[in-house]
Design a protein around this ligand. Structure first.
Ligand code: KIV
Length: 281
């Protein structure tokens, strides 16, 4: 898939399917399932490392996880997520760090959080020849300023700010926009008024595609469940059950069974027994 496919999908009304993945196996499952896009989100800080937010996540961690995802999903459009302080300090740092995702992890695009306030960075990254996705609404890296992990754009005034942010991303050269935790009426206005594809996470159905965090979709993340999550599986409980069954079977000598063991070559056990009789151990 290329940016042109995503633009065509917007025009034809075909929805883009997008999940996060942080490792080789999950990425390969996503590719096997036919997902259009994978985001190696800095949500890996919470979903993989057990941090309470995304702030501690580093560039090196993001790059390493992008590399694993690329190996698992060689034919899927992979987006690297720029972590906190990898693009806010200066435009030069933003371009250099976006470039690291391309050079070191072979991503197809990068994403950063913000609208108006990061449009210089978006422009510079796009001018350097990279594909850049803006992310507005609930932006976890600035959740402190937003008063926590809360829905955004619920009043006319804050919705107008989001609409301006969305336009700023498009004008700066963003190739797509992600809108998070925003009422559906507002995301629809944004989607209808932008040429570039507008994807949503917790932004209702009237967008050009949906992103979901794999750990939420699969029921692996237990710390909290945002309102907009539909769990398609409960792998956390299934994993606990599998481990508990294993513990039980090992303790009762029910595992391993004969089918899990290697056989000696025919006649060799008897030879060994004879040898043991001769040689005292
Ligand atoms: O890091 C991430 O997974 C994200 C989503 C929450 C949109 O940015």
């Amino acid at each position: 898939m290329s940016r042109f496919d995503f633009e065509k999908m917007k025009k034809s009304g075909s929805k883009v399917t997008w999940v996060t993945a942080y490792d080789y196996p999950t990425a390969s499952f996503a590719e096997q399932a036919g997902l259009d896009m994978i985001l190696v989100g800095d949500s890996l800080g919470m979903c993989v490392y057990g941090y309470t937010g995304t702030i501690p996540v580093t560039m090196d961690q993001c790059i390493e996880h992008c590399r694993a995802v690329r190996r698992g999903a060689p034919s899927t459009f992979v987006v690297g997520d720029m972590p906190f302080l990898s693009y806010q300090v200066s435009v030069e740092e933003a371009v250099r760090n976006a470039g690291r995702f391309y050079k070191e992890a072979d991503v197809d695009a990068v994403k950063l959080e913000g609208g108006v306030r990061v449009c210089q960075q978006i422009k510079a990254i796009a001018d350097a020849g990279m594909l850049i996705i803006g992310h507005i609404g609930l932006t976890p890296q600035s959740s402190g300023q937003l008063g926590g992990f809360k829905a955004q754009g619920r009043t006319a005034e804050t919705a107008m700010e989001l609409i301006r942010d969305a336009q700023a991303v498009q004008q700066a050269g963003g190739f797509a926009l992600l809108v998070e935790a925003v009422p559906p009426e507002v995301s629809k206005i944004i989607r209808d008024n932008l040429r570039i594809p507008v994807y949503g996470i917790g932004a209702g159905v009237d967008v050009d595609g949906q992103l979901t965090i794999c750990s939420d979709l699969l029921g692996l993340f237990q710390a909290f469940t945002p309102k907009f999550i539909k769990k398609y599986e409960n792998l956390a409980q299934r994993t606990v059950n599998a481990f508990a069954e294993y513990v039980q079977e090992v303790r009762n000598s029910q595992f391993p069974e004969e089918q899990h063991t290697y056989k000696m070559v025919d006649g060799e056990y008897e030879k060994l027994a004879g040898a043991l009789l001769v040689e005292e151990l």
